[in-house]
Design a protein around this ligand. Structure first.
Ligand code: NOJ
Length: 549
């Protein structure tokens, strides 16, 4: 079935992690005036939406995912006037702003929690309080119950202890959330990215089945009550606005994702799942295993064909850089290096899949994982918790560092590399997190006017997708997959594009099956090829082609 057209299906979303994007006042932390000063660069990329990671008032224990006031802006990011200027400045460029909606938990410094601790009505039951603990574990690999002396009870926190979970069994909590949505939509925003949205309803607090990943999950993942809340929010608020929602859905399978996002369910418009980024990882993204392009195609196919609509992302603030992950970042910043070829190949992949593409800041210039040399440089609380746990389990320091480097969320959080100069053009003094030394070669400025740069290639791919109904809405069909090669098509009413990607640094000789499939006119080459002749029968190292057939 062909999907219902919608503006948010046709446009590209650009994710900004505000503290690392552009610092305007020299305090080392990116801010909203900084984003405003870069709106022209964002518009030049050709995106339709900006998703802002949280800028609300927050103690910043989890970089803003711990909100202490949903109605004000944290002073480190600016003021509400700045926010209004950002919304209107973006609007002038036909760009909508999507806010991050964090409603599974608040900060413990939120007024609701402070009053709840003191049993002040109506806040007494805003959070999940209990006389004793159960055996659940938290997403941040620690105990998920904290004893509060003042109240004389434990409270649940599925994330950090400074992020207490809200109690959706209390109807007043639903009303508060409704008001938050309404407030921001009335300001003219274009929708919400909903944080860990499939775990907000806790059916029971009984002990969970023991699991090395997360004990207790079966009591709160994708519960009926969760669906009910999403349907009500849609009906009561979201359906009155021209907006969209994308929900981050943790530990989710296809069936659960269908229930959350298929059109007839009237819950979310799309979900972020993780499956396609874990082809070479065990236990979420924490431990490595071998990559296989065949596995990647198999996983992509499952979701591409299984959902009404997909959110296509390869990076975000919780992941690692895709060019360091599925590509090869050697020669970062250099012409025709494995870095340049593979960064472009990954753009080919992203913009020829079916769904709304989400580009994470810096991805469009091929930013790489951080180059930290010691654990002291790491700021992320999740990485610190994992390190403590691994130490407790007896893993040696070298192995801890090897794995943490591979998985740390700080990999994508290093400041944006605008220039080759001091502070990478992000700021002039000390930045809150280290700046990758490769900014002297890999930066926005050097790519901006270079027609062959990774940045220009992103623009080209975004334009190609924009100009083609087949690439936007056509069906997805897997064609060939081996360890290093994947080929698929997008088709609709007799028109088709075929994409072939060589996920390796070695040339691949095409077999007769692939040669028969790869007939067509070259629409895109990531290595500067000007024409395609299938009888040539090879794809060069990290080569990707898109053919029109
Ligand atoms: C998911 C967010 O993306 C992540 O950054 C955060 O730590 C957790 N949710 C908790 O809010």
């Amino acid at each position: 079935m062909s999907p219902q057209p919608a503006w948010w299906k046709e446009g590209v979303v650009y994710q900004i992690y505000p503290r690392s994007f552009q610092d305007s006042n020299g305090d080392g932390i990116g801010d909203i005036p900084g984003i405003i000063s870069r709106l022209d660069e964002i518009a030049a990329l050709g995106v339709r939406v900006i998703w802002l990671s949280p800028v609300y008032k927050s103690p910043q224990v989890d970089n803003g995912y711990d909100i202490s006031d949903y109605y004000s802006i944290d002073p480190i990011f600016g003021s509400m006037e700045d926010m209004d200027r950002l919304i209107s400045g973006a609007k002038k460029r036909n760009i909508g702003i999507v806010m991050d909606l964090v409603i599974n938990h608040t900060s413990d410094e939120h007024e609701w929690f402070q009053k709840s601790r003191r049993r002040e009505d109506p806040y007494t039951d805003y959070y999940i309080w209990h006389k004793s603990k159960n055996n659940w574990t938290s997403f941040f690999m620690e105990d998920c119950w904290e004893y509060d002396d003042l109240r004389g009870e434990y409270y649940l926190h599925l994330f950090h202890k400074k992020q207490p979970d809200l109690n959706y069994k209390n109807p007043l909590v639903y009303d508060e959330v409704k008001n938050i949505l309404q407030f921001w939509l009335d300001k003219g925003i274009a929708g919400f990215r909903c944080d860990v949205i499939n775990v907000i309803w806790k059916t029971s607090l009984a002990d969970g089945k023991k699991s090395i990943m997360l004990t207790g999950l079966e009591h709160y993942k994708c519960q009926e009550g969760n669906h009910d809340i999403l349907q009500r929010l849609r009906k009561d608020v979201l359906s009155n606005y021209d907006c969209f929602t994308v929900g981050e859905a943790v530990m989710i399978n296809l069936e659960e994702a269908r229930l959350l996002s298929n059109e007839d369910r009237q819950e979310l418009d799309m979900v972020f799942y993780f499956d396609h980024l874990e082809v070479d990882r065990r236990f979420a993204r924490f431990f490595p295993k071998k990559f296989s392009a065949a596995q990647l195609l198999q996983r992509l196919t499952k979701w591409q064909q299984g959902l009404d609509w997909n959110a296509i992302y390869l990076e975000n603030h919780d992941q690692t850089r895709i060019v360091s992950h599925y590509g090869d970042d050697s020669g970062a910043g250099e012409k025709d290096s494995p870095w340049e070829r593979s960064a472009k190949l990954l753009a080919v992949l992203q913009f020829t899949l079916r769904g709304t593409p989400f580009v994470y800041q810096g991805q469009e210039i091929g930013m790489t994982n951080f180059d930290f040399s010691s654990f002291d440089q790491v700021k992320d609380i999740e990485t610190h918790n994992l390190s403590r746990l691994m130490k407790k389990l007896g893993f040696p320091a070298w192995l801890r560092w090897k794995w943490l480097k591979l998985s740390s969320r700080d990999n994508t959080r290093t400041p944006f590399q605008w220039t080759a100069g001091k502070g990478a053009g992000f700021n002039t003094e000390q930045s809150w997190l280290g700046i990758n030394a490769n900014h002297t070669k890999l930066n926005y400025e050097s790519q901006q006017n270079d027609a062959d740069s990774v940045l220009s290639f992103y623009k080209k791919m975004i334009n190609l997708r924009k100009s083609s109904e087949v690439l936007k809405y056509g069906d997805f069909k897997p064609l060939v997959a081996t360890n290093k090669l994947l080929i698929y098509s997008r088709e609709s009413s007799g028109e088709a594009y075929i994409t072939a990607c060589n996920f390796s640094g070695k040339c691949i000789k095409l077999n007769s099956e692939a040669r028969v499939l790869l007939q067509g006119t070259l629409a895109v080459s990531n290595i500067g090829r000007t024409e395609w002749n299938a009888s040539q029968a090879r794809l060069e190292a990290w080569e990707a082609v898109v053919l029109k057939v």
